[in-house]
Design a protein around this ligand. Structure first.
Ligand SMILES: [Zn+2]
Length: 67
């Protein structure tokens, strides 16, 4: 079972390419994270510096999930 490289949940179906959030080979993300982060990240690639903001956002979400 493949886990989402962003939220860590098990992926149903084929999953999605997590670029540009993750560029590691073989990693996948779930539909939810694809809609939430990946699509936004790809749009923001147009603006330099936005990728760091997205990473911080993901870190923040992970912290909330731990609680
Ligand atoms: Zn996910």
């Amino acid at each position: 079972m493949v886990k989402c490289c962003i939220c860590g949940k098990e992926i149903e179906g084929y999953g999605n390419n997590p670029f540009p959030i993750s560029i590691k080979e073989g990693e996948k993300c779930c539909d939810e994270c694809n809609d939430t982060y990946i699509l936004a990240a790809r749009l923001m690639l147009i603006k330099p510096g936005e990728a760091d903001r997205i990473k911080k956002l993901i870190e923040a979400v992970r912290e909330i999930d731990k609680q």
